[in-house]
Write a protein that binds this ligand. Structure first.
Ligand code: AMP
Length: 134
């Protein structure tokens, strides 16, 4: 829990202008801070989840850390604990919605379709999902 405490403290410091754990130019940091509206479906101190603005399935939720890192791999390096928490939140949201199954996706890099460079897990479900994806 020491690792978690450090991130909580650094996120707190940012709000007082002493740190850069959030990036004031980042769209998802602005959503975390409430500067841009979003349809938020879950929030705790480490994780925020909100409906995707352009849903690709009946359930399409973005689950993000409240810590600014560029992608899922960087999040795993910075905090395995929070990375695992994203998966726990995905399971919880899926259960709440009674999904029969779901897909979690991290797009990493522009070539893979990443357009927002704040780590985010896509949670997709509510319809049959084809494989392989496009
Ligand atoms: P990716 O392409 O993996 O980086 O995913 C970024 C996702 O963010 C896309 O699915 C977008 O539809 C979604 N998105 C962009 N802006 C917003 C916003 N303001 N609120 C909710 N979702 C957004």
């Amino acid at each position: 829990m020491q690792e978690l405490r450090q991130f909580q403290l650094s996120a707190q410091s940012y709000r007082y202008g002493k740190d850069v754990s959030l990036d004031p130019t980042c769209l998802f940091c602005k959503i975390i801070e409430g500067h841009i509206p979003a349809d938020i479906v879950f929030r705790n101190e480490n994780v925020v989840a909100f409906n995707d603005i352009a849903p690709q399935a009946p359930t399409h939720i973005l689950i993000i850390p409240t810590l600014h890192v560029s992608n899922g791999a960087d999040l795993a390096k910075a905090s395995p604990t929070i990375t695992a928490e994203l998966f726990k939140v995905a399971e919880q949201l899926s259960n709440e919605r009674g999904l029969g199954g779901y897909r979690t996706v991290f797009n990493t890099g522009a070539e893979a379709g990443q357009s927002v460079f704040h780590a985010h897990m896509h949670l997709l479900g509510g319809r049959a999902l084809a494989w392989p994806p496009g």
